[in-house]
Design a protein around this ligand. Structure first.
Ligand code: SF4
Length: 500
C-alpha cells in the first residue's frame, strides 16, 4: 500500500457560530461516553473540516492527528489508564476538551447527530440515546434544542460545507432516534456526489466485500494480496474507504488527500467495462482537474481486457510469491544465511506463540522501539512516510485481528516479545503475510518468525506464501528476493482511457 497520508497545507475556513451546549458541563465530567472510544478505527471519531483542523492545530492539537488536512476524522491515541482510545484533544485528568471553544461541528452537535436513515436515501437529524442525559430529557426540551440546531443547518453556507464533507454524515445507528429529515442537506449531497449512495466501509460490510471478491473471480492461489477484505480494512483507521453499488458491481473508493481513486477494480460477476466507465466518470466528477483518478491492483487477465478496451495500463510493483515448502525448510546453499540466523535464535530458546489481545501493549512498545531503530539506521523518505502510516494499521490489527480473520504470532525470548507477525488466508492454498515487526537488535528473529509462519501455513494446507509487494523500496526488494520467490505476481494500474 502506498503512503497515502501526505500532509497538505492548512486550509482556512469561515468561523460559524458555536452552538450552545445542551448537556450541562457538570454532567459531562461525570460521564465516560464522549471523546473516548473502544477501538482505534471507531466510526464515531469526530470529523474535522479543513478550517476546523486549522483551528484545532492552532489550539494545540498535534497536526499528525489529521491524516488529511483538507478534512479527516481525528486519529485517536491509546488511553494510558485504560484499554481503549481517546481523542487527542481530550484531557483525561480533567475529563474536558482542551479545544472546547474550537471543537468541530461534529462535536458541537452531540448528543444530536446527522446520519443516514436505514434505507440510506435521506439524511436525518437524530438524538443519540447513548448519551445518558438524553435519556432523562423530555421530548419537548430535545426538540427545542433541535430547533436551534436546525436554524444553523439550514444556512446555505453550512449546507455547502456539509456537502463538501460527506463524512460529517454518520451511518444509520439504531440507538440514534430520528427527529427530522434534513432535506436540503440530502439534496446537496446528491448534487455533489452523484446518484449512487456512497457508504463508508465498516466491519459490517466485509462479508459483502468478500462475497464480491469471490464473485469477481479475483481469488486463487496466485491472486494479489489486495484481493482480500482484511487487506483494505486495516487502513480504515487512517484512510477514508467508501463503497458504492454501481451497475451491480461493488466499487471500493479511497478518498485521499490528493483525491479519489479505486484500490480495486469494480467487483462483479458480469461485464466489468460498464462499471469501470461509470466509476471513472464519478472519479472525474469528484476530482475535478486533479489527475488522480485511477484503479489500482488490477490483476493480469483483467488488465489485458481493459487494455484491449482502450484503457491505459501501467505496471505497479508485483507481489512476491514463494513455495511454502521452500521457506519452511530453508534447505541448500541459497538459504544458508537465513538458516544460520534461524539456528541461532533456536539455540537461544525462543518460543513462538499465538498472539493474544493481552499482548497488545507489549507489541505496541516493540513497534515504537522498532520504529526508532529504523529511523536511526536511516530511511528512504518514502519508507519514513510508510512507517508513520503503519502505526494506525498495526493498532487496527492488534485490536480487530480476530474479527478480520487474521492470525497473529509473537516470538518471545526470555519472556519478552521480540517479534510479531499477522497474516491471512488469501486463497485455499495461499497464506499472505500482512505485516511483520522484529527487534533489530535480536538477529534472526525476523527470519525465525517467517520460517515458523511458513511451516504453520504448510501444515495447514498452504502451498504458497504471498508477502505482498516491496513498495518500490530497494532494501525491502533485496530482502524479499533473498528468499527466492517462485513467481512475481503482475499488478497494474488503470488510469482511464486515452481520450478521457
Ligand atoms: S474535539 Fe473535544 S469534544 Fe470533540 S471528541 Fe475531541 S475532546 Fe471531545
Amino acid at each position: 500500500m502506498a503512503a497515502l497520508t501526505a500532509k497538505t497545507a492548512p486550509v482556512s475556513g469561515t468561523v460559524r457560530p458555536v452552538l450552545p451546549q445542551l448537556v450541562p458541563g457538570s454532567t459531562c465530567v461525570r460521564c465516560d461516553v464522549c471523546c473516548r472510544f473502544p477501538d482505534v478505527d471507531s466510526a464515531l471519531r469526530p470529523y474535522f473540516t479543513g478550517g476546523e483542523i486549522a483551528r484545532a492545530v492552532a489550539g494545540g492539537v498535534d497536526e499528525r492527528a489529521f491524516p488529511d488536512r483538507g478534512g479527516s476524522q481525528i486519529m485517536l491515541v491509546p488511553d494510558q489508564q485504560g484499554e481503549g482510545f481517546h481523542c487527542p484533544a481530550f484531557d483525561s485528568r480533567t475529563s474536558t476538551c482542551r479545544i472546547y471553544e474550537r471543537r468541530p461541528l461534529d462535536c458541537q452537535l452531540y448528543p444530536l447527530a446527522m446520519m443516514w436513515n436505514a434505507a440510506h436515501d435521506r439524511v436525518v437529524l437524530g438524538w443519540d440515546v447513548k448519551c445518558p442525559f438524553m435519556r432523562e430529557q423530555q421530548a419537548d426540551s430535545i426538540r427545542g434544542h433541535a430547533d436551534r440546531v436546525l436554524e444553523l443547518l439550514r444556512r446555505p453556507e453550512v449546507i455547502g460545507e456539509i456537502a463538501e464533507h460527506p463524512r460529517l454524515i454518520g451511518r444509520f445507528q439504531e440507538d440514534v432516534v430520528a427527529l427530522t429529515p434534513l432535506t436540503d442537506i440530502t439534496a446537496a449531497l446528491t448534487d455533489r456526489w452523484g446518484p449512487y449512495p456512497l457508504r463508508r466501509l465498516s466491519l459490517e460490510d466485509l462479508p459483502r466485500l468478500t462475497a464480491a471478491l469471490d464473485r469477481a473471480g479475483l481469488g486463487g492461489e496466485r491472486s494479489l494480496a489486495a484481493c482480500s477484505a482484511a487487506y483494505h480494512y486495516v487502513w480504515n483507521g487512517l484512510l477514508a474507504y467508501w463503497w458504492a453499488d454501481i451497475q451491480g458491481a461493488v466499487c471500493l473508493f479511497i478518498q485521499s488527500p490528493d483525491g479519489w481513486f479505486m484500490p480495486l477494480p469494480p467487483l462483479t460477476g458480469g461485464g466489468v467495462e460498464g462499471p469501470v466507465a461509470e466509476a471513472f466518470a464519478l472519479m472525474r466528477r469528484w476530482n475535478g482537474e486533479r489527475p488522480v483518478s485511477r484503479i489500482e491492483n488490477v490483476p493480469a487477465p483483467l488488465a489485458d481486457r481493459l487494455a484491449a478496451a482502450g484503457y491505459r495500463m501501467t505496471s505497479k510493483e508485483p507481489d512476491y510469491l514463494y513455495r511454502a515448502a521452500d521457506v519452511a525448510a530453508l534447505a541448500g546453499d541459497r538459504y544458508k544465511s537465513q538458516r544460520a540466523l534461524c539456528n541461532r535464535v533456536e539455540r537461544s530458546g525462543a518460543v513462538v506463540e499465538p498472539y493474544r489481545p493481552a499482548d497488545r501493549a507489549e507489541c505496541r512498545a516493540l513497534f515504537g522501539e522498532w520504529r526508532r531503530q529504523k529511523h536511526a539506521e536511516g530511511l528512504e523518505a518514502f519508507a519514513a512516510l510508510l512507517l508513520e502510516d503503519a502505526i494506525s494499521v498495526h493498532e487496527v490489527v492488534w485490536s480487530r485481528g480476530s474479527e478480520l480473520g487474521l492470525a497473529g504470532s509473537v516470538l518471545r525470548l526470555d519472556g519478552r516479545i521480540r517479534a510479531y507477525t499477522f497474516g491471512y488466508r488469501l486463497a485455499p492454498r495461499t497464506w499472505c503475510v500482512l505485516l511483520e515487526v522484529a527487534d533489530r537488535t535480536t538477529p534472526g528473529s525476523a527470519q525465525f518468525l517467517f520460517r515458523h509462519t511458513c511451516r504453520t501455513a504448510l501444515n495447514g494446507g498452504a502451498e504458497f506464501i504471498n508477502t505482498m509487494d516491496d513498495s518500490g523500496l530497494s532494501g525491502l526488494r533485496l530482502s524479499k528476493q533473498a528468499y527466492h520467490p517462485s513467481m512475481l505476481i503482475h499488478n497494474a494500474i488503470c488510469t482511464g482511457t486515452a481520450c478521457a
